[in-house]
Design a protein around this ligand. Structure first.
Ligand code: GTP
Length: 336
């Protein structure tokens, strides 16, 4: 089986919406996950707190195993290539788009990468809860940016009241066409929502900040999203699964796991990865002695867990000897 792919997450949002604040939060809450951060400006990242270990040209090694790189758009491809090298030991790459960048161009660039070690990890659009309405009047293109988002962080909710937050949540959900919207203050979202987290390596010198110690905040971060699991020992019907994936439930952000189709010629383990509207299957091998089965984890905000489980239960094959191998053609465009 190949090495795990490195998701590339793009963080975008209008000037001052809180992108760097969110990044700094991800870095300080990364635990044992090694993040490769790509920014336009080193100055904004809280490097002191990360104990700078050494500086190599445009790449700074942060004390906790994370790397921070400075780049302009033209150098991005080469930089991603460097960060993806196994020797760099990076688990996830986060690119902070400049406040005026067109997120679509960055998404295209990541999707166009033919580096087999990289995969698209989603566009996180940070919205300034206090300024959004006035910013979008001046910059109508902000509405369009939300359409490309896979996850929206509705930031600075400490600056608005509950009613404003409710209205904004509604507007942003509409503009993003049903993508999950996560309320936050100071960018404090649970990193587990954005990427797989490694357990903290034993007592790596990591300074706990007061934010980390504040149970109330972490409880909020956790309560803001759900994760739903689904398992089946029986094979899934590819047609029905594709129909489910074509109309993914509102609020769903990520889906990961593997699928057992069990059709003649397609008995491999099919690893599934979705972010927002993006979908990818990869064929893999079952471990020796591993029972063929399906296991999926769905992560989102405001999803109806029972409806999601029921929808997936309907994808379970009812034919005891399925033979519709043609249905696998529906999967083929998403296989890599
Ligand atoms: N009250 C409040 N202030 C916040 C919050 N998040 C960020 N800020 C402040 O907002 C300002 C802008 O935050 P940044 O994280 O620098 O925003 P940015 O999107 O990276 O800004 P640019 O790089 O200029 O586009 C800073 O002064 C932050 O401290 C929040 O949730 N509440």
């Amino acid at each position: 089986m190949g090495r795990k792919q490195i998701p590339v997450v793009i963080v975008a949002g209008f000037l001052g919406s809180g992108k760097t604040t969110l990044l700094n939060h991800l870095l300080s809450a990364s635990g044992g996950t090694r993040i490769g951060v790509v920014v336009n400006d080193f100055g904004s990242i809280n490097i002191d707190a990360m104990q700078v270990a050494g500086q190599v040209d445009s790449m700074i090694s942060l004390g906790n195993g994370c790397l921070c790189c400075l780049v302009d758009a033209s150098g991005m491809d080469a930089l991603l290539e460097r960060l993806a090298r196994p020797g760099a030991g990076i688990d996830v790459i986060v690119i902070e788009a400049s406040g005026l960048a067109e997120p679509r161009d960055l998404i295209r660039m990541v999707l166009a990468s033919d580096n087999p070690r990289l995969c698209y990890g989603g566009l996180v659009e940070v919205v300034d809860g206090a300024e959004f309405e006035s910013s979008r009047r001046r910059h109508p293109e902000l509405d369009k940016h939300l359409r490309y988002a896979d996850l929206v962080v509705l930031n600075k909710i400490d600056r608005i009241d509950a009613e404003q937050q409710r209205l904004l949540h509604k507007t942003v959900t509409e503009l993003s066409e049903g993508r999950p919207v996560l309320p936050a203050s100071h960018g404090r979202v649970d990193p587990a929502l954005l990427f797989e987290q490694r357990p903290k390596r034993d007592e790596v010198a990591r300074q706990l900040s007061f934010d980390d110690l504040d149970d109330d905040h972490s409880a909020h971060a956790h309560a803001a999203y759900q994760s739903v699991e689904f398992s089946s020992a029986k094979p899934l019907n590819p047609r029905r699964l594709m129909a489910f994936l074509d109309s993914r439930p509102a609020g769903l952000y990520r889906m990961k796991g593997f699928v057992h189709f069990g059709l003649p010629g397609h008995r491999q383990k099919h690893v599934l990865h979705t972010v927002g509207g993006f979908l990818r299957f990869e064929r893999s091998r079952w471990e020796q002695g591993e029972a063929h089965h399906t296991h999926l984890v769905l992560i989102g905000a405001g999803i109806d867990a029972d409806a999601v489980r029921a929808g997936l239960a309907e994808c379970v094959e009812t034919d005891p000897a399925p033979s519709d191998t043609q249905a696998m053609l529906l999967i083929a465009p998403y296989l890599r």
